[in-house]
Structures are given as C-alpha cells and as structure tokens.
Design a protein around this ligand. Structure first.
Ligand code: FAD
Length: 146
C-alpha cells in the first residue's frame, strides 16, 4: 500500500464547480474499479490530490492524470509506503475551498492564497483529513435536519 501526493495548477475556466464534479465523477468510477482511494482539494487555482492504493496502480493513475489538459505543472510531493489507508471510504472525495472552510485552512497555516510549493506533504494529509471530517459533519447535520 502506497500514497502519492501531488499538486497541479488549474487550467479550467467557466463553471469550475461543474468542472470539478466532472473530474470527480470519472475519478470515483475509475478509482473504485482500481482500488484507489484518496482526496482532491481544489481552491480554484491549485489542485492537491492524495492517491492511495497499490504502488503500480497509483503510478499508472497519476500518469493518466498528469496528461489531462484541465491542469498543468503536476508536481509529485511524495510517494510513500502506508500501513493502512488514510481515506479508506473515499474513492475520491472532492473538497472545494469555500468560505465556510477558511478556518480549517487557517489552522494549517494557509491564510491567504495557497502556495502548494511551500506545503509539506504531511500538511496536505492533515488538511484533507480535517476537511473530510468537516464535510461529514455537514452531511450528517443535513440528514438530521431533514
Ligand atoms: P473517459 O471516459 O475517456 O473520459 C471521461 C470524461 O472526462 C469524458 O466525458 C471527457 O469529456 C472528460 N475528459 C477527459 N479528459 C478531459 C480533458 N482533458 N478535458 C476535458 N474533459 C475531459 N482520473 C482517475 O481515474 N482518478 C483520479 O483520481 C483522477 N483525478 C484527477 C484529478 C485532476 C486534478 C484531474 C484534472 C483529472 C483527474 N482524473 C482522474 C481524470 C484523468 O485525468 C482522466 O481524464 C481519466 O482518468 C480518464 O479516464 P477514462 O479514460 O475512464 O475517461
């Protein structure tokens, strides 16, 4: 089991939420098939993605992703062995940087514009885990309210 973390620069314009949803739709389908889990953080300028699974499979997935014209400058931050998955139930969870999660970014030292070139891979994982917990709390509050 390995984890690959990279960042890249968005090249999409127009409806970015729609663009992200399209990426996530294909990713979830392919990743479920390939036993890949992880998380995709998008702040409209940068993508940060964590891919977890069999080493050869996540490398092949990354090779496919880096050719995608919806982003450029894909740069691997780390490829490391994992004892167990950190995002076991996420075929690919999408996390958009929106005003309601600014405090979470701030708690990881990201106040203004994010510059992934200055981030450590460990910070990306901690940020993604906190954003995932926030997302899950929000979903459970919506379920309770309805
Ligand atoms: P296809 O069925 O061939 O294409 C799926 C759909 O995506 C098509 O409808 C097509 O219109 C659209 N599409 C494909 N490429 C482009 C493009 N360059 N511009 C606009 N639309 C396009 N794929 C994964 O499998 N797992 C991931 O975790 C993953 N993460 C990604 C993260 C980012 C930031 C980006 C930009 C892409 C990611 N992708 C991921 C998508 C990946 O780059 C490939 O597009 C995808 O894996 C192709 O799979 P497919 O051959 O099954 O898709």
């Amino acid at each position: 089991m390995h984890q690959l973390i990279y960042f890249s620069r968005n090249t999409m314009s127009g409806d970015l939420l729609k663009g992200l949803k399209e990426i996530l739709g294909v990713s979830q389908r392919n990743n479920q098939r390939d036993g890949v889990t992880g998380s995709l953080i998008f702040d409209k300028v940068w993508f940060l993605q964590i891919l977890e699974g069999n080493l050869e499979i996540i490398q092949a997935t990354y090779k496919r992703i880096e050719k995608d014209s919806r982003h450029r400058e894909a740069t691997v931050m780390t490829v490391r062995p994992l004892i167990q998955r950190q995002f076991p139930d996420w075929g690919m969870g999408g996390l958009l940087r929106s005003p309601d999660v600014q405090e979470i970014f701030l708690s990881h030292g990201i106040g203004g514009e994010m510059d992934p070139r200055k981030l450590h891979a460990a910070t990306v994982v901690d940020l993604a885990l906190d954003l995932k917990a926030f997302d899950q709390r929000k979903r459970s509050d919506i379920c309770k309210a309805s």
